[in-house]
Design a protein around this ligand. Structure first.
Ligand SMILES: [Zn+2]
Length: 264
C-alpha cells in the first residue's frame, strides 16, 4: 500500500477516535446538566429547569386513570396533549402504550383502590377522560420497554422535580405487575405522588416505599426518612417526609360532600 494511503487510513482512524471522544463528552455534559438525569430511584425521571419556575405551579386536582391504548410524544408534561417528559427521557421519540389488559372487574377494583388512597385529599380520581387540560394522566398498561425503559423490573415511571409538576403524565406498567389490583393501585399512588413532588419514604406500610410491603399501604401520617434500600435525606434536603401531611399541604383536605338542603 502506498504511503499516502496509510496516511489517509491514519487520518480516518484518528477522526473516528476523536468523534467517539466527542460523543462521549457530549453525553457526560448532558448528564452533568441534570436535565434528564436519573436519580438513584428506578421509577423517577428527574426533571429540572424546564418545569420549575419562580412561582410554584398549582397541582392538577383530577387524576385520570387511562385504561385505553395511548400514544405519547416527547416533551414537557402536558397530559391532555399526550406529551411526556418521561417519554422524552426514556424513548426520545413517540411511543404507544397498550392499555389495561386485565379484567373489567379488576379495573373497577383498581379505580376504587386508588380513590381510597387519595380520599383524604382534595382531588378527584376518575377513569373518564376529563374535560379541559388540567389533570394528571396515569397511563395504565404494558411494560417498561413500551416507553423505552430498559430496566425491566420497574413497575412505573413518573417525572420528578421535588415539587409539583402540573398536567403530569405518569406510567404504570400493569402487564409487568401481572394485572394484580393491589400492586397496580399502589404503584399508581406512588407515581402520582411523585408528580406532586413526593420522594420515597423508608416505611414499609407507606405508598411511597420500595421496602417489602407489610400489609395494606396508605399515605401514612408519620415523619420518616427518605430512601429506597437505605435511608437518605429527602429531595430538597429535609431529613424526613410525612407523605400524608405533604399531600395535605399540596392538595388540601377532601371537601365534604355537599349535603342536600338549604344552602348555608
Ligand atoms: Zn417511586
Amino acid at each position: 500500500m502506498s504511503r499516502t494511503r496509510w496516511w489517509l487510513i491514519g487520518v480516518i482512524a484518528l477522526a473516528t477516535v476523536a468523534s467517539g471522544v466527542l460523543v462521549g463528552l457530549l453525553v457526560v455534559k448532558r448528564i452533568e446538566s441534570g436535565q434528564w438525569q436519573m436519580i438513584s430511584s428506578a421509577d423517577l425521571v428527574e426533571v429540572k429547569a424546564r418545569l420549575t419556575g419562580p412561582v410554584p405551579p398549582r397541582p392538577s386536582r383530577v387524576i385520570y386513570l387511562a385504561r385505553e391504548p395511548l400514544t405519547f410524544t416527547p416533551g414537557e408534561d402536558d397530559a391532555a396533549r399526550g406529551q411526556s417528559s418521561v417519554v422524552a427521557a426514556k424513548a426520545g421519540k413517540p411511543v404507544k402504550v397498550p392499555g389495561w389488559k386485565g379484567t373489567a372487574k379488576g379495573w373497577g377494583q383498581v379505580v376504587t383502590c386508588v380513590e381510597k388512597l387519595f380520599a383524604p385529599f382534595d382531588v378527584v380520581v376518575t377513569d373518564q377522560r376529563p374535560a379541559g387540560d388540567d389533570f394528571v394522566l396515569v397511563a395504565v398498561g404494558g411494560r417498561p420497554g413500551d416507553v423505552g425503559e430498559t430496566n425491566k423490573r420497574v413497575g412505573g415511571l413518573a417525572p420528578f422535580s421535588g415539587g409539583v409538576i402540573p398536567r403530569a403524565v405518569v406510567f404504570v406498567f400493569s402487564t409487568q405487575l401481572g394485572n394484580q389490583v393491589t400492586p397496580v393501585c399502589e404503584t399508581i399512588g406512588m407515581e402520582v405522588a411523585h408528580a406532586y413532588g413526593l420522594d420515597h419514604g423508608y416505611l414499609c406500610k407507606d405508598v411511597m416505599t420500595y421496602l417489602k410491603p407489610c400489609g395494606a399501604k396508605s399515605f401514612v401520617d408519620q415523619d420518616v426518612p427518605c430512601g429506597e434500600t437505605k435511608k437518605r435525606p429527602c429531595m430538597g434536603g429535609a431529613p424526613t417526609q410525612n407523605s400524608y401531611r405533604r399531600l395535605l399541604e399540596i392538595l388540601g383536605p377532601a371537601r365534604p360532600v355537599p349535603a342536600a338542603g338549604p344552602a348555608r
